[in-house]
Design a binder for this molecule. Structure first.
Ligand code: ZN
Length: 303
């Protein structure tokens, strides 16, 4: 049975869900349902039958869960109108990279904290191993390689920020709010939904995105061969570029493996969408921070 993407109310059909959303938004003016409608259906009036069809297509296609997650990610961040942060990463300036460093330190710290909660809440061995490995790569470094966390800090240092400043800078409010969303999911939803919420975010840097319709990659890969960027910047970007490929697929496969009921799948989808909204906001926070170094970036944000 389908569930409402806003409040998770379970009803018999997409027709009932569309009636429920409309009622909540138009008759009861519930802010969350109103916001959901305007975000997804834009501002144009939509007929009841159309909303039902739209919901059906959006939530039921494609049928395969991992593919569904990829598709929703790519249409949100990499379609004909990519996210402004991704656009900025095609030719990142010092300010953009520093904005990335200062906000992402908080993201990465929270990342391993949330992944630890997945480990705590599951009994599946392959999931525990996967998450522990991910935590090690991100935070400790494995096989003599520095962690992603360390590579991020080194990139910041190479661009002129001291470790002291990087570690003593608080996150911007939008970063904080996004982190709160992910923590809320981790504390209140089943581990499999938390896993889907977190690892769907890694699709951002997945090299295979273009096979699924992405118009651009996370960054222009020419950067890796360019002499306009220093070694620390390339080391950080390369790590994500090389590591996240099999990685994301593996997580999505595990999620699919353990999502064994229709209800679990419906809930995973709703949670993933909430997580992607949080990512959207968080990526803007990186740009907002970048503007402290380069105020002219306002033009990128307005695009
Ligand atoms: Zn609802």
């Amino acid at each position: 049975m389908p569930i409402c993407p806003v409040c998770r109310l379970e009803l018999d059909s997409w027709r009932d869900i569309s009636e429920h959303i409309e009622k909540m938004a138009n008759e009861k003016s519930d802010p969350q349902h109103v916001m959901w409608l305007s975000r997804h259906i834009s501002n144009k009036e939509i007929k009841k039958e159309d909303l039902e069809t739209w919901l059906f297509n959006y939530f039921e296609k494609p049928n395969e869960l991992s593919l569904w997650i990829r598709k929703r990610f790519i249409e949100k961040f990499y379609s004909h109108k990519p996210h402004p942060f991704m656009l900025a990463m095609q030719k990142p300036t010092r300010g953009v990279l520093l904005g990335y460093v200062l906000e992402h330190r908080h993201f990465l710290q929270n990342w391993v904290k949330v992944l630890s909660l997945i480990v705590f809440n599951t009994d599946k061995d392959d999931v525990i191993k996967y998450e522990l490995e991910n935590i090690s790569t991100e935070y400790l470094g494995i096989n003599g390689k520095p962690s992603h966390y360390e590579l991020l800090i080194r990139m910041g240092e190479s661009l002129g920020l001291s470790r002291e400043i990087i570690f003593s800078t608080d996150p911007l409010p939008s970063t904080k709010e996004s982190i709160e969303t992910w923590r809320y999911i981790a504390l209140n939803r089943p581990w499999i939904e938390t896993m889907a919420a977190m690892h769907s975010l890694e699709i951002a840097a997945d090299r295979s995105n273009k096979n699924y319709g992405a118009k651009i990659h996370y960054f222009d890969i020419e950067i890796l061969n360019s002499d306009k960027y220093n070694k620390e910047v390339k080391d950080f970007l390369k790590e994500g570029y090389e590591a996240d490929i099999g990685h994301t697929g593996e997580a999505l496969n595990l999620i699919e493996k353990y999502a064994d009921t229709r209800k679990t799948i419906e809930n995973i989808k709703v949670t993933v969408l909430k997580s992607l909204d949080a990512l959207d906001k968080y990526l803007f926070a990186r740009l907002e921070r970048a503007m402290q170094f380069e105020p002219e970036l306002i033009e990128v944000i307005k695009q």
